[in-house]
Ligand binder design. Structure first.
Ligand code: DAH
Length: 343
């Protein structure tokens, strides 16, 4: 029968065809295995084959299909192999990849997070507040009179066309926010960025960070404050750290003090940061002025409290031996990458 001959011819064609390139192989695939291949129509011939030869015909068709697939797969794997061999050297996919660059925390964030952890351990709760403030929360409530020099345009960034809205000059504004919305006992820390209209130099910047603390309850004393700050200093700077409190003045505390931490003068950085004295000034503090409590509707006859404001940059510079505060705000990745191993 003719169809049997056709099958035989195709089988011979498959056996003899020389598939020596991807193109020829593709033509072969289309001819024998593609969606419109030449084997498919032969199946329709089945009904013309006499019953006694139907089985033989079916087997022959299957063999034809198998042989085509076999030949195709064999040649394809050989061609793929030789293609691998001649692949250009620049594309060696087995080479290990370039190491991935991981992000790193900013030194200011690292130090600020450490400070937060230290106070959270003794029950202080984080309060985050706005950086654009009004002058009531930033100054008036904090007992800073209208004619106080700190309100001067020289020190404060006021918003355009506004005499009341400003970039907060300290995180003490959060004290007023909290005291007008919460009732004592209050025990909060407020980390964040502050702004001052200052000339930028190696030592000072127009933006920096503070961690504010506020503790108000019945019978809170100066001794409580001192012990809290000593605990902080020893957690932050080492268990044997010495501190000293110097009398100072802030409008919102009475009495007021500044706290120094003993660093020594062993390195160039400590020498520079301590101006040669060995004492690093890290925070301002004091007992909350009764006027501040009154301004925020808290009865100073019943409640007392202490507050403090820690400067973050100076500690970051001391911890990481950074000589110029401007490096902290330039976002130079060569600088920032150095902190990727610190958490
Ligand atoms: N707000 C002060 C500053 O910016 C720091 C400060 C001093 C905060 C005494 C306080 C405090 O809470 O009690 O320099």
């Amino acid at each position: 029968m003719e169809v049997f001959d056709t099958i035989k011819n195709y089988l011979e064609e498959i056996a003899n065809s020389e598939l020596n390139s991807q193109e020829v192989l593709e033509q072969f695939r289309i001819r024998f295995l593609g969606t419109k291949n030449i084997i498919k129509p032969l199946f329709a011939e089945m009904r013309n084959v006499p019953n006694e030869r139907k089985k033989e015909f079916g087997l022959a068709l299957n063999e034809l299909k198998d042989k085509a697939e076999e030949k195709y797969n064999l040649v394809k794997s050989q061609l793929d192999l030789s293609a691998d061999k001649i692949k250009p050297k620049g594309l060696d996919l087995s080479l290990p990849p370039e190491p991935m660059l991981k992000g790193s925390r900013h030194p200011v964030s690292i130090v600020m997070n450490q400070m937060i952890n230290i106070f959270e351990k003794i029950g202080f709760v984080v309060e985050e507040e706005r950086e654009i403030e009004d002058d009531w929360h930033n100054f008036t409530a904090m007992n800073t009179p209208e004619d106080h020099p700190a309100r001067d345009m020289q020190d404060t960034f006021y918003l355009k066309n506004s005499v009341t809205n400003l970039l907060r000059t300290h995180t003490s504004s959060v004290q007023a926010r909290v005291m007008t919305t919460q009732k004592p006992p209050i025990r909060i820390i407020a980390p964040g960025r502050v702004y001052r209209n200052e000339t930028i130099s190696a030592r000072s910047h127009c933006q920096f960070h503070q961690v504010e603390g506020l503790y108000i309850d019945k019978n809170v004393s100066f001794a409580d404050m001192k012990q809290t700050l000593l605990y902080f200093a020893r957690e932050m700077y080492g268990p044997k750290t010495d501190i000293r409190l110097r009398p100072s003045y802030f409008p919102f505390t009475e009495p007021s003090a500044e706290m120094d931490v003993w660093m020594g003068t062993d390195t160039d950085t400590t020498k520079r940061l301590t101006k040669g004295t060995g004492w690093l000034e890290v925070l301002g503090c004091g007992m909350v002025d009764p006027n501040v409590l009154k301004n925020c509707d808290i009865d100073p006859e019943v409640y007392t409290g202490f507050a403090f404001g820690i400067g973050v940059e100076r500690t970051a510079m001391q911890k990481f031996d950074i000589s110029d505060i401007r490096l902290l705000f330039e976002n130079d990745v060569r600088f920032l990458r150095q902190f990727s191993s610190v958490v």
